[in-house]
Design a protein around this ligand. Sequence first.
Ligand code: NAP
Length: 272
Amino acid sequence: MGIITGNTAVYGVIGNPVAHSLGPLMHNKAFAGLGHPGVYVAFETRDIGQAMDGIRALNIRGISVTIPHKETIVPHLDQVDDTARQIGAVNTVVNDKGKLIGYNTDAYGAVKALTEKTGVKDKDVVIIGAGGAARAIGYGMLKAGARVYILNRSEGKGQKLAAFLGASFYPLTELSRAPCDILINTTPVGMAPNVDEMPIEPEQLTDRMLVMDIIYNPISTRLLASAEKIGANVIDGVPMFVYQGARQFELWTGLDAPVDLMKKVVYKALKE
Ligand code: NAP
């Protein structure tokens, strides 16, 4: 972060809880790296409507939105872009001279994290989970030309998401029935402190799958370690986190985000 002056623009993340967020570290290092006069802070937020009034009143320039506000924020915005509207969730707000515009950069982040390693078009992508992240990622994968299969613990919720996306549904235990080039875990299973857990059995993995886990704490989950052990390629949760943040940075500042710096900062913080 540079020196704060009267011209420093304020950005932040709203959610509850937010104290653990890596957003402040990542965005402040990115502002400093490019010499952009901005500061990014964490706002623990209970009332989303009041928070939006505050953002307008104080001319806060940009906001990241996290759990539990990604869906409930929508009616409080002046405009929502097409992607966010179709996904039904906003993770980014741009304050354009008092007009609050909502975007969703999670789908972009996930697709970018994959496409820097492999093509997505015409691939069979299996998504484990049927929550908000699965909805954004499923949408992004379909837009990128993949075929999508949803696997979820609760069948009703999984079937509902599959129907919403126009994808197929399989129960969590039936991964072998779904064709799978790319497997993406979007559940919190395996996240610290429950690092010994994984959402499927290791025997369900094959070495021809590319396995991505969107959990980034720990960097290498048990799912990824099991996949690596049998020779499968893996992608951890940091690239998606960084690319969704990089897109936010670009929407707020109009500058190209310093992606390598942002990755370095996030990996370093997670390893400490
Ligand atoms: P969510 O809406 O609460 O959805 C969670 C999903 O996980 C649900 O489908 C749920 O299944 C499933 N699940 C939860 N516990 C499970 C268990 N013990 N066994 C099997 N399935 C289980 O959460 P979300 O917003 O999608 O976020 C999910 C994860 O993604 C979080 O860990 C979050 O930190 C991470 N995330 C990472 C990034 C990134 O940039 N890397 C971005 C967004 C989110 P049921 O339907 O059966 O309840």
